[in-house]
Write a protein that binds this ligand. Structure first.
Ligand SMILES: *Cc1c(COP(=O)(O)O)cnc(C)c1O
Length: 411
């Protein structure tokens, strides 16, 4: 491996085809923001668009805006545009609710499609909400359902003729490890089971091929690499072939075939709209639309390439300058998402010290320091400064100061 130096990285920034995109984001100066995998940055044109939606649409057109400005159509319109970024043809994606709520809707619906089967297979150490929602579903359905959570290496062997659903997170939130979507989806189908992919740490970080891989269901988070804003409505995908038999449990009025008939009896809408529940969050959708406009300009293969390069450089520099940390993410770039995690027993205090020095990553218990490389606005030179700051913190032992040990609510 060749030696990396700052000059070399600055040259890479100069020839980076994605470099101009950084200018589309509002970022505080002097801050290196390596937490775009948890809350993406603010696109510069979002505030003005939100202001216009508030004052012109809501303020002047009031309730007429539902029709005039297509407020009601946004979940489908934005869903189609996001779905395209994930490799989905139109009519299969929505933007609605939170990722958590969408997991519940789709997991419950999937089980209904396989009534003779009793197993849901997932991974231990999956993102907590995914596990908790399956546990909630299990408590609701009792003996009819068994949630089997096993280590990653044991997942494939658990998928069998009793399996109704496999729920996996494509890019692991902590390790950044990626599942082989094509292989696991195909294995699942061979056993007659269905699969629900959680794309939270993949969407907006790499190209995805939902239709091509014959994925059944997917959810994705829009406030991470997509930059849709805190709590942005989430992606929900249901393959066309399941839409005629789907029965999702949150049968709210906007999933009805004719919501404005106000009929007493629920009747599901024929298409993807049946996965809606209640009224869309209009302001949140307006912010999300601005973010999607940026993503649509991006070559996702180039984005993925840059993300892999950023991770490779970080890993190499950490090994060189901060050898006391242990790498938990794959070194093989093809198996790694857009984040790299390293561990240290004093990880919490070290991360607090880094944040005070304007390098923002995050901490995931018990000992993970997590660094997300959002390729739209992270520069190669940022990786150099990050690792040098970390090396300095370790060399001086400044993380030992008491203020870095006080726990915050959000880590
Ligand atoms: C971020 C994330 C979520 C987010 O769920 P919310 O309902 O938005 O809180 C879900 N699953 C995974 C794997 C995530 O990384």
């Amino acid at each position: 491996m060749t030696e990396i130096n700052l000059h070399h990285l600055q040259q890479m920034d100069q020839t980076d085809p994605l470099a101009p995109l950084r200018d589309l984001f509002e970022l505080p100066t002097d801050v290196i923001y390596l937490d775009g995998n948890s809350l993406g940055a603010l696109p510069k044109h979002t505030p003005a668009h939100l202001q216009a939606v508030i004052t012109e649409q809501w303020g002047q057109s009031l309730i007429g805006s539902w029709n005039t400005y297509d407020w009601m159509q946004k979940p489908v319109q934005l869903g189609d545009r996001l779905g395209k970024l994930a490799g989905a043809e139109e009519g299969q994606s929505l933007v609605c609710d939170s990722t958590s709520v969408n997991i519940f809707k789709l997991a419950a619906a999937a089980i209904r499609l396989r009534p003779q089967r009793y197993k849901i297979v997932t991974e231990t150490g999956n993102f907590s909400t995914d596990l908790y929602l399956l546990q909630g579903l299990q408590r609701m359905l009792g003996d009819q359902l068994q949630v089997v959570a096993v280590e990653r290496e044991a997942v494939a062997a658990q998928i069998d003729q009793d399996t109704a659903l496999v729920l996996l997170t494509h890019t692991h939130y902590k390790t950044g490890q990626i599942w082989d979507m094509a292989a696991i989806t195909s294995l699942t189908h061979k056993q007659g089971a269905l699969i629900l992919w959680d794309l939270s740490h993949s969407l907006g970080a790499m190209p995805l091929y939902l239709d091509h891989n014959q994925v059944d269901f997917a959810v994705g988070c829009n406030y991470k690499y997509i930059n849709g804003g805190p709590g942005a409505p989430a992606l929900l995908y249901v393959a066309k072939r399941h839409q005629t038999t789907l029965e999702q449990p949150l049968t709210g009025w906007l999933g009805h075939a004719r919501p404005f008939d106000f009929d007493d009896q629920y009747q599901a809408a024929p298409g993807i709209e049946q996965a809606m529940c209640g009224t869309p969050s209009v302001l949140a959708n307006a912010a999300l639309e601005c973010a999607i406009e940026i993503m649509e300009q991006v070559d996702l293969d180039a984005l993925r390439h840059k993300s892999q390069q950023l991770g490779n450089i970080f890993i190499q520099l950490i090994a060189q300058y901060c050898p006391e940390f242990e790498l938990v993410s794959p070194t093989d770039e093809s198996q790694r998402g857009s984040q790299v995690s390293i561990t240290h027993p004093q990880g919490y205090a070290i991360m607090q010290n880094l944040i005070e020095r304007n390098v923002i990553g995050d901490f995931r218990a018990p000992d993970n320091l997590r660094f997300g490389f959002a390729p739209l606005y992270i520069r190669y030179a940022d990786i150099w400064h990050t690792v040098q700051t970390l090396a300095d913190i370790m060399a001086t032992g400044s993380w030992q100061e008491a203020r870095f040990h006080k726990r915050q609510q959000v880590t």
